[in-house]
Write a protein that binds this ligand. Structure first.
Ligand SMILES: NC(=O)c1ccc[n+]([C@@H]2O[C@H](COP(=O)([O-])OP(=O)(O)OC[C@H]3O[C@@H](n4cnc5c(N)ncnc54)[C@H](OP(=O)(O)O)[C@@H]3O)[C@@H](O)[C@H]2O)c1
Length: 334
């Protein structure tokens, strides 16, 4: 089968290879992969910022494709089914453990830049019927994380949700929050992206370059109350403002670190407002299945900003690692 391998921790170390086709073992399914989407995780690996990677690897955690063969003992799936293989196949549900993290597609297991992958049948989730492969491939990391955020804060009509930036997680969170009836305040560096977010339903838009004190703007817009949920995708540069922007009893769902992981914070807003600071590390197969069901019932269409051919893998990685240009997700088709 044709694959792209990453031979070293470098954005210039991609090579095309021909490897033997994998076979579906007992309880496994062979999937013909059709699309992959990139996450910050993939870029971190390619930049050498992720521990425990033994090169060469077949990179990219997230993907989608169709079933081409069933191993012994597999039931409930058919050849031709369109599926999303979860990137941590052992994490069926419940809390994440080191065992789940140790077996990650695109890191320690073959990822999505290959024609075929053999995965446990239990790691597959049906691709929602209204989505294409690239849109489905966006679900495991960004989609599930955004779903967990909205679910954790019990977002409902009347809730106020604050989103930072217009990357994969924020745009999914915008779609889930609007589908749940919430009011969404979204901050971005770009007026053009803010306009795109408005078209997806964002109610209030803040350019954080023009208005660096966006937390004060959130308080103004909510008449001093603040947000029931802040999805913290940025990290060190924004966590202090996120704590200030949250309402009494609000949730600061802490997932991202595009601006680094270190911050000096005042504990008082957490204590006085009895905030919920909720950490999250992606989601399980059960979480992905739930996110996919919500996407089906609300007819949500994930936003794929650009689609790259597999031969342009390096360009796709460069686009994501440069930051600031994309809106939603970047996909690679093969
Ligand atoms: N822990 C988890 O469960 C989990 C799961 C998925 C992702 N993540 C992490 O979450 C983060 C976001 O992921 P992603 O896939 O959405 O990333 P992404 O697509 O690369 O988006 C990042 C966005 O952050 C925005 N941004 C950068 N600096 C900002 C600032 N100072 N204030 C507000 N926005 C800012 C930018 O939006 P504009 O261009 O609009 O300004 C940028 O597009 C990453 O660190 C990723 O590793 C964690």
């Amino acid at each position: 089968m044709k694959t792209i391998e990453l031979t070293a921790p470098s954005l210039t170390a991609f090579r095309k290879t021909d490897l033997p086709d994998p076979k579906a073992g007992r309880d496994e399914v062979l999937v013909r992969l059709r699309a992959a989407t990139l996450n910050f995780l993939d870029v971190a690996i390619a930049l050498g910022n992720f521990p425990g990677v033994v090169f060469p690897i077949i990179p990219v955690a997230d993907g989608a494709g169709e079933v081409v063969a069933l191993g012994e003992g597999v039931s409930g799936l058919c050849v031709g089914d369109r599926v999303i293989p979860h990137f941590m196949p052992a994490w069926q549900g419940g809390a994440i453990t080191p065992r789940h993290v140790a077996a990650m597609r695109g890191v320690t297991l073959p990822g999505s830049l290959a024609e075929y992958v053999a995965v446990p049948a239990t790691s597959l989730v049906a691709l929602p019927a209204h989505l294409d492969f690239a849109q489905g491939a966006a679900l495991p990391i960004a989609g599930t994380t955004a779903w967990n955020a909205v679910r954790s804060a019990q977002v409902r009509p009347g809730s106020v949700v604050v989103l930072l930036g217009t990357g994969g997680v924020s745009i999914f969170a915008l779609q889930f929050a609007k589908a749940s009836g919430a009011t969404v305040i979204l901050a971005s560096s770009s007026d053009e992206k803010l306009e795109r977010a408005r078209q997806l339903g964002a109610d209030y838009l803040i350019n954080y370059r023009a208005t660096p004190a966006w937390d004060e703007e959130v308080l103004k817009l909510t008449e001093g109350r603040g947000a029931d949920l802040v999805v913290e995708t940025v990290g060190g540069a924004t966590i202090v403002r996120s704590l200030k922007a949250a309402a009494v009893g609000g949730t600061v769902f802490t997932v991202g670190f595009v601006s680094g992981t270190v911050a000096s914070i005042d504990l008082l807003p957490i204590i006085v407002k009895a905030l919920r600071i909720v950490g999250n590390n992606t989601g399980s197969v059960a979480d992905l299945a739930e996110a996919a069901r919500a996407i089906s019932s609300h007819r949500i269409v994930p936003v794929i900003d650009r689609v790259f051919g597999i031969d342009d893998t390096r360009a796709a990685y460069t686009e994501l690692s440069t930051g600031g240009r994309h809106f939603g997700k970047l996909a690679i088709m093969h």
